[in-house]
Design a protein around this ligand. Sequence first.
Ligand SMILES: NC(=O)c1ccc[n+]([C@@H]2O[C@H](COP(=O)([O-])OP(=O)(O)OC[C@H]3O[C@@H](n4cnc5c(N)ncnc54)[C@H](OP(=O)(O)O)[C@@H]3O)[C@@H](O)[C@H]2O)c1
Length: 338
Amino acid sequence: MKALVITSLSGPDALAIRDAPEPILKPSQVTVRVAAGGLNFADFMTTKGGYPGTPPPPLIAGREFAGTEVNTNHRVMGYVQWGAFAENVAAYPNMLWAVPEQWTDEQAAAFPVNYFTAYLGYWQAGMTSQPLGGQSPSPALSGAEGAVQRSGATHRVLIHAVAGGVGTAAVQIGKLLGVEMYGTSSSDEKLARVRELGLQHGINYKQNDYEEVVKNLTRGEGVDAVFEMLGGEHTAKSLRCLRDFGRVIQYGTATGKQPQLDVRALYAKSASIQGLWLTYLSQKREIMEPAWNRLSEWIAHRKLTPVVGHVFPLERAKEAYKLLQDGKNYGKVVLKIT
Ligand SMILES: NC(=O)c1ccc[n+]([C@@H]2O[C@H](COP(=O)([O-])OP(=O)(O)OC[C@H]3O[C@@H](n4cnc5c(N)ncnc54)[C@H](OP(=O)(O)O)[C@@H]3O)[C@@H](O)[C@H]2O)c1
């Protein structure tokens, strides 16, 4: 079968289309004939050896896809750790979801990673008012959340890379949850497009210091949560954007730098930092099922549709990866596979 192969860990230029053997199914796995693949920042990191747990090359790239389950002929969208950018992929049924009938394959390939990650970010921030797995993510939540709700205030979130895949999903979900959103991007043009999705406060970080803007717009109060996927100095800076009891949801390090933080900075506001990793949470049925039920309710009412910014044929995958590398993408980048 045709597949996009990572031939060495030297970045997108080492990607090549090769003939590869059909996937061998592990117990309980099924085969999906792939129509489209969703490109994630993690795929770009993987090409440079920057994603933990990846086997050595040669390796079939891709973790997210939409297509047809071979045995049942049902349209599905799904998530694996690698091997998705090929004509066929082996997947576990608990990591497959039915494609809403009104969606194209490209839209479906743009869904699982971004929308589950964004929804679980709000859940970890205590903004979904939905216990998953029977409980809130942390006992501290009820105190902080209660304090905010008692004052009648709206939750506020700062979303980094707001015009990207997870970012645009977070804006759509935040709008449905009634959250006041602040979002950063390098481009006014991208911010204008995200405003159309419901972002209230766009911040071009090339022109303005986001910490200053958040401070001014919230009259010095800060936000309840920051969706932080940059790392380096941004972890501490994001923490400084929080109000009392706020939390930084740390889910990436796009700068390639370790988050820098003196944890004593948490004391002042009783703030906290929580890690979020979909790969780990996605193994927990008690968390994923209620999250999917909530997301599918919105989808059924046509309130949630994936934001596909760019579609490339598999043959032009290198260009697609470089869009992410250069921060030039808007929304999700999708590869057409068959
Ligand atoms: N923990 C998890 O489970 C999980 C799941 C999904 C994604 N993630 C993480 O979430 C982040 C976003 O992922 P995504 O797939 O949705 O990508 P994306 O946001 O569509 O693309 C990355 C965006 O990040 C911004 N950016 C800021 N600094 C950057 C830098 N130094 N290099 C490159 N881009 C930079 C760029 O937008 P601007 O130029 O507009 O700022 C760029 O468009 C990534 O860090 C990813 O690893 C984590």
